[in-house]
Design a protein around this ligand. Structure first.
Ligand code: C2O
Length: 608
């Protein structure tokens, strides 16, 4: 038993979280279908026939294209075609439907997706659950060998096979390294499967086909992708199975050696010195585990009260400009682990990867989005991300998006490693893992050690606490503020943010939009409520005052400019715990954790 569970994070048995009974819907952006006009886009790879367009997105003026381009995909033409099979429906205010008359692959210097028509078949749901995903650290010797054998075989396939390991990694690269754009002319409009509500379902689809291919390669259709169980103390270290450097297909040399045997930091930029994975006799170990459990508690429960906050905001072109917004599932532990595993950030290096912007990135593999699929650990990492979504939806009362635009959005992947064929799969097919024929080991989900993590107050609170905690300078100076450029460790206080009354059945959310950042660098800030400026650097996921973080996995920047984004944080728990549930204003505290220049253009608002 680790110290955390013994002290502050009591485990409790029945899975009836506070949040569970009913997770009220967050207010959702209303969109107007009426303003749509039919438009077409495709790089016409796999999308022949009656497809009517592979991508359906709003805002024609910036969505003239989905440019399927692929410096990183040279030699993988069929892959580019997979990537190009993205079909996605979405409505945003002032949206336009875009389809294949408008867009062509514009870049002639690289293999555009093939124009041959390839029939795409629709995904058929699996009839029963035959694959049970288990934690990597608990695999039997036999299962470990199976996993190695399967990945070994996948690595041995020729790159021309879209289910080869190289090709799988390249799919991820294509979708997140600016190989696709809403507008081929405009490098500033990348299409990405990260930073929005697409993140969870797209990655579920992606690793599902990966898992199936592995099973096929070893002739075992019950083979299930093992998950890196980093949400339980025994799993909070890079699994030994992946560290065996002796001719193991699961090994990847592009990882940060300093971190491999240390307790992971699930809170990105956690300042504490990484501690060895020593076991509970060590106080520093206990603290590290406790912080991790608190981070998960924030991610899954307090910060996951509604779909907008947990899964991210809707993808829409306006958002790529301004309000791209990851959910807590993506921007917390998931992001921290990418950075944790990837190589240490250095200005120059050998063995880095070249991004779509021709810059060399040294934080590969996991620490750079474009290259993360090259590390076999990526897939077991994402199996756990997927599991945490599954737990949220099935045990924590989390309700996903119900919009038909979301449920009908689809992507095309290759299935069948022997005879690869494109399959179109919709989000509605993947909401329930049973439709995909897999589930998660029930034993591992019985005691979720983060579920009841006991948080603490950083400072005392009383009703009307906002005003009392505000620093003297802010009280007098009025609002300095937006746009504001963050500097590491220089806390920004946003005084007197209006708090709307709570509406029945709705969560209040704190929304930041117009965050500009250089995606190549490290970007993280924390958000807290009613903490005096002087104490704010101490705030973290272990505190009631903590409202969430903005953090991204480094990625390339084709345009050379900044990316924009936002975050939506569910804060009703925070307000209640700091006795501000009925206050009319609170002070929002921004705590920059990284050197990178992050500019916040507009003041955060609280919505109900
Ligand atoms: Cu596609 Cu963990 O990222």
């Amino acid at each position: 038993m680790n110290g955390c569970m013994a002290t502050a994070c009591a485990t409790s048995s029945p899975l009836v979280p506070a949040a569970a009974a009913k997770s009220p819907a967050c207010p959702s952006k209303k969109s107007s279908a009426a303003s749509f006009r039919a438009r077409g886009v495709s790089c016409r790879a796999t999308g022949g026939g009656d497809d009517g367009g592979l991508l359906w997105l709003p805002r024609r003026e910036i969505l003239t294209g989905l440019g399927g381009v692929a410096a990183g995909l040279v030699g993988y033409q069929s892959l580019a075609s997979v990537a190009n099979g993205a079909e996605l429906k979405e409505q945003c205010a002032k949206g336009d439907q875009v389809n294949d008359t408008l867009v062509e692959c514009m870049d002639r210097t690289i293999p555009c997706p093939p124009t041959r028509k390839v029939p795409v078949v629709d995904f058929t749901r699996e009839s029963g659950v035959k694959r049970v995903r288990r934690p990597v650290h608990l695999l039997s010797r036999e299962y470990q060998e199976k996993y190695k054998e399967a990945v070994g075989k996948m690595k041995a396939l020729p790159a021309s096979n879209p289910l080869s390991f190289v090709a799988q990694a390249a799919i991820h690269e294509a979708y997140c390294d600016h190989h696709y754009r809403y507008d081929p002319e405009n490098k500033d409009a990348p299409f990405d499967v990260h930073f929005s509500w697409i993140f969870a379902p797209w990655h579920r689809m992606y690793i599902y086909f990966y898992e199936k291919a592995l099973g096929q390669l070893i002739g075992d259709d019950t083979f299930a992708l093992p998950f890196w169980n980093w949400d339980t103390p025994a799993g909070m270290v890079v699994p030994a199975l992946f560290k065996d450097s002796f001719a193991s297909p699961l090994y990847d040399r592009n990882r940060n050696p300093d971190n491999l045997d240390k307790v992971v930091h699930l809170d990105l930029k956690d300042k504490s010195v990484p501690v060895s994975f020593n076991g509970p006799h060590d106080k520093a170990y206990q603290d590290a585990i406790y912080k991790n459990l608190c981070t998960l508690h924030q991610q899954q429960i307090r910060g996951g009260r509604c779909a907008r906050a947990f899964l991210g905001e809707k993808l829409c072109s306006e958002m790529t400009r301004d309000a791209n917004s990851q959910g807590s599932l993506e921007r917390m532990a998931h992001t921290a682990l990418h950075v944790w595993v990837g190589r240490k950030r250095t200005d120059s290096c050998t063995g880095g990867v070249v991004g779509q912007d021709n810059t060399t990135y040294c934080t590969n593999d996991m620490g750079f989005l474009g290259s993360s699929g090259r590390d076999p650990l990526f897939y077991s990492h994402h199996a756990n991300v997927d599991r945490l979504w599954h737990i949220w939806a099935t045990k924590l009362g989390g309700e996903g998006f119900k919009d038909p635009e979301w449920l009908d959005a689809s992507f095309v992947f290759y299935d069948d490693v022997e005879n690869p064929r494109p399959v179109r799969i919709k989000f509605r097919d993947v909401i329930d893992t049973q439709n995909l024929g897999y589930t998660y080991d029930a034993e591992s989900d019985k005691d979720l050690p983060w579920k009841d993590c006991q948080l603490t107050s950083l400072v005392p609170h009383a009703k009307g606490g906002a005003v009392r905690s505000r620093s003297a300078s802010t009280k007098t100076a009025g609002a300095p503020l937006f746009p504001v450029t963050l500097k590491k460790d220089q806390v920004v206080e946003v005084p007197a943010v209006a708090v709307p009354a709570k509406k029945a059945g709705q969560q209040r959310v704190l929304v930041f939009q117009g965050i500009e950042y250089d995606p190549r660098g490290e970007n993280k800030f924390d958000v807290a409520i009613n903490v005096p400026k002087g104490s704010a650097l101490e705030v973290g996921p272990q505190n009631f005052e903590f409202a969430g973080s903005f953090a991204v996995v480094p990625s390339s920047n084709a345009a050379g400019g900044k990316l924009k984004g936002g975050i939506t944080l569910s804060i009703d728990d925070v307000l209640k715990d700091i006795k501000a549930a009925d206050d009319s204003t609170v002070d929002v505290i921004i705590v920059p954790r990284t050197e990178g220049e992050i500019k916040i253009n507009s003041a955060p608002t609280i919505q109900s």
